[in-house]
Each structure stands twice: as C-alpha cells, then as structure tokens.
Design a protein. Sequence first.
Length: 103
Amino acid sequence: MTSFLNWLQKEEGWKSLMAVIYAIICIFDFIIVPSFMGMAQKSQADTLDLTQLVTLDPAVQIQLLKSLVVQHEPFTLRGAGMFHLAFGALLTGSAISKIKGEK
C-alpha cells in the first residue's frame, strides 16, 4: 500500500492513474453498457407476442414499440459533455506541463 501511495505522490503517478480511469469510464459508457442494453432489448423483444400486439390500442402499440428501440444515451454525454471537457482539460494541462518541464 505504501508503494502505491509513493507512486501516486510522484509527479507522474496521478496523471497516469487519471488517464487509466478515464479510459475505463469511456469503455464502459460507450461499449459495455450499450452492448448490455442491446442484448436486454433483444430478449425483451423475443418475449413479445405479436398476436397480442394487434389487439392493443394503436397509441399503446406505438409506445410499446418505442420502448423496444430506445437507444442508450451515454451517461458522460449528458450535460453537454462537460465530463469529457473537464477530463480533456486535465489531461491536456498535465501533458503540456510535462512538455514544458522537459525543456
């Protein structure tokens, strides 16, 4: 545990950790969650009996079909993507400070 804390306290430790965390968040938000939602919607569509759908009110049919084709909105893109702008600013600032420190 102390070696991890020593690594974080170094100049580059927290920057590397921040980049890894950001990459993991993006993978979950743009790949894993949409894939899971797509599989869940497919299984929900498989249980739907189309003969029962015909007997329903047209407004109910439309709402039911809309619920089956809803797309996942990535959580990090809500709020005009401020999450990505903030992480981008932090990562860019740390990269620029590293470049200036080497000169």
